[in-house]
Design a binder for this molecule. Structure first.
Ligand code: FES
Length: 99
């Protein structure tokens, strides 16, 4: 095993925000994936790419973050900010937080 700080990795040297968006989907109860999180993640990834922010901001689809009833759920590091009940119309606010 190898452990390193993000700042030491050449791929993440300038990374300022890494947002993990739950895209888990299940049939038996509420889930982020069933609430539009995949589309949200794709839209944010496109925004990062189109605005040349790839070195500063990383968007990653994640599995269940454990707050399924409060979805869409996302968490941003290193800030340690948790977002719950994200709606599609919140995307502009998320972009502002990530910049
Ligand atoms: S399904 Fe998204 S937090 Fe569990």
């Amino acid at each position: 095993m190898s452990i390193s700080y993000a700042a030491m990795s050449k791929n993440f040297k300038e990374l300022e925000s890494h947002l993990f968006i739950c895209t888990h989907e299940r049939d038996d109860r509420a889930s982020c994936g069933g609430s539009g999180s995949k589309e949200l993640a794709s839209d944010l990834k496109s925004w990062v790419k189109e605005n040349d922010l790839k070195k500063k901001i990383k968007i990653t689809k994640s599995g269940c973050l454990g707050l399924c009833e409060e979805g869409i759920v996302a968490v941003c590091y290193p800030q340690g900010l948790w977002y719950t009940d994200i709606k599609p119309e919140d995307i502009e606010d998320l972009k502002k937080d990530l910049k």
